[in-house]
Design a protein around this ligand. Structure first.
Ligand SMILES: NC(=O)c1ccc[n+]([C@@H]2O[C@H](COP(=O)([O-])OP(=O)(O)OC[C@H]3O[C@@H](n4cnc5c(N)ncnc54)[C@H](O)[C@@H]3O)[C@@H](O)[C@H]2O)c1
Ligand SMILES: N[C@@H](CC=O)C(=O)O
Length: 482
């Protein structure tokens, strides 16, 4: 892994071909979550500068939309190659500003690149249809057109993948982008955008605006020039942006918070379930939107599952992201740590048994110990809310129908996981769970070729797969009489 000097962090915003440097004290400071050290700064753009970025994106859109699919896909392929050639550098930036172990950061860069490669396929694009049996003298058809200038607001937990998952399909169909990265992790977005320019993405097609979230959000949401907003982040901010977009009736994609149940059915293979639980819970120290949140374990194998899970959790090693032995990095900031502490305190007060962990790491206050809570109950906050940390509450259940009914009543609906060896149960449960994505006998579901997204308050729309393309297209119906 490289250090901050070796990776040469781009401390600027990007509008068109211009890198806007920091000036004076009007800057955002970016810290290394593992050490608290200042990594660098990016400028806080003014409203006028954000408006200028939008106009620049509109100008770029007006020529890029006329290019051929093959030309656009060739540029995306070049971008993919540049990302691959720079994967170690990009992964180092992610570890420095986000904290995840370097191997996970490298995994994220490859995952991010896979979206660029996926959307570089011309055959994915639906170019409309014709009605075969139109009446004599008329033709009925539809064509698709890029929606126009788009805005992407992205979170800190997957600063590379959440960006390419939006930008690649947008560019593929001809849209330009204004990107607002999370203030904690702007350098990954800036490095990816620099590589896009080097790959031949025309200036203005990708603009990175840094600064005050509220100001940038209000400016893009109320701009008539911006035709679509794609947001990934918390449900609270998603709701706010949805309201702000109402004035311009903007197209919206919202990838919001989850609370994924992980069910271990009475006929589950315990070893496989524990393996899946480890992968699903502790990736990025639990700071993943599709992380298993609470575990619902059938009474008949609760104790065996808990003891095998405990053994694996105790073997996790905490440390710096650059250390190849590290499984768990720091949490992103003090606010995140305090939230996890509050949820564990609440579980303890309500009778949860802290079998392992339950506090900050003695060696550094920036890490939270991987934590196992048994005898968790559904009234606990760590079961009801998205923990976003390395805490695994285990709820005991015996009646599957009432469990499913209570999960269906949840407000969130991003992902769900379950382990079972019965074909009938697999079929029935996958249908009954009210979520956008289901993992059956696996703890890992993400794939660029498949639609990612949630239902209920977990969001609107899908990213990835063929569906990810249609989010950036309008359909036009043409009736031609001759
Ligand atoms: N469904 C998904 O695909 C997905 C993926 C990753 C993360 N998430 C969710 O994101 C959350 C964690 O990320 P977070 O803490 O960065 O979320 P967040 O909502 O606080 O921030 C996300 C982005 O929104 C920006 N933002 C905040 N307030 C804003 C405002 N008023 N106007 C405009 N922009 C604003 C932030 O600066 C950041 O760029 C979790 O809930 C997680 O589940 C969801
Ligand atoms: N890690 C997720 C994104 C949300 O955090 C993914 O698998 O795409």
């Amino acid at each position: 892994m490289m250090n901050e000097k070796q990776v040469d962090l781009k401390q600027a915003a990007l509008i068109g071909v211009n890198w806007i440097p920091c000036s004076g004290s009007n800057t955002l400071k970016v810290f290394n979550p593992a050490s608290g050290e200042l990594l660098g700064t990016v400028p806080k753009l003014s409203e006028e500068q954000v408006r200028y970025a939008i106009t620049t994106a509109e100008r770029a859109f007006n020529s890029w939309r006329k290019t051929s699919i093959n030309e656009r896909c060739a540029v995306l392929n070049n971008w993919y190659q540049k990302i691959k050639e720079n994967e170690e550098r990009l992964a180092s930036i992610i570890t420095l500003e986000q904290g995840k172990p370097f191997a996970e950061a490298l995994g994220e860069v490859r995952y991010a690149a896979s979206y660029v490669k996926w959307y570089a396929q011309p055959a994915l694009q639906d170019n409309g249809s014709a009605m075969p049996n139109g009446s004599e003298g008329e033709s009925l058809k539809t064509i698709t057109e890029p929606v126009g200038v788009c805005a992407a607001i992205t979170p800190w937990n997957f600063p590379a993948a959440m960006l390419t998952r939006k930008v690649a399909p947008a560019l593929a169909v001809g849209c330009s982008m204004i990107i607002k990265p999370a203030p904690e992790t702007p350098f990954t977005a800036l490095a990816l955008s620099e590589l896009a320019l080097l790959a031949g993405v025309p200036p203005g097609m990708i603009n990175v605006v840094t600064g005050d979230a509220q100001l940038i959000g209000d400016t893009v949401c109320t701009s008539k020039q911006v035709k679509k907003l794609s947001f990934t982040g918390s449900t609270a901010v998603g709701r706010h942006l949805m309201r702000a977009c109402a004035s311009t009736v903007k197209r919206l994609s919202l990838e919001l918070g989850g609370n994924a149940p992980f069910i271990v059915c009475s006929d589950a293979d315990i070893d496989k379930a524990v393996e899946g639980a480890m992968q699903s819970k502790f990736r990025n120290a639990g700071q993943t939107c599709v992380c298993a949140n609470a575990f619902y374990v059938h009474d008949s194998l609760y104790d065996r599952f808990a003891s095998a899970f405990e053994k694996r959790i105790k073997a996790l090693s905490l440390g710096l992201g650059g250390d190849p032995h590290t499984d768990i990095g720091p949490l992103i900031n003090e606010r995140a740590l305090e939230k996890v502490e509050a949820l564990v305190r609440d579980a303890r007060e309500k009778g949860g048994k802290i079998v392992y962990g339950g506090e900050r790491w003695a060696e550094s206050e920036r890490w939270y110990l991987p934590t196992l809570i048994t005898e968790a109950t559904t009234d606990m906050r760590c079961v009801q809310e998205e923990v976003f940390g390395p805490v695994a509450p285990l709820v005991r259940y015996s009646d599957e129908d009432s469990l499913i009914a209570s999960l269906r009543a949840q407000d969130t609906g991003l992902a769900a996981y379950f382990y079972s060896e019965s074909l009938k149960r697999i079929h029935d449960l996958a249908a009954e769970l009210e979520v956008g994505m289901v993992g059956v006998n696996t703890g890992v579901i993400s794939d660029p070729a498949m639609p990612f997204g949630g239902v209920k308050s977990s969001g609107l729309g899908r990213e990835g797969g063929r569906q990810g393309i249609t989010e950036y297209l309008e359909t036009k119906y043409i009736k031609l009489c001759y």
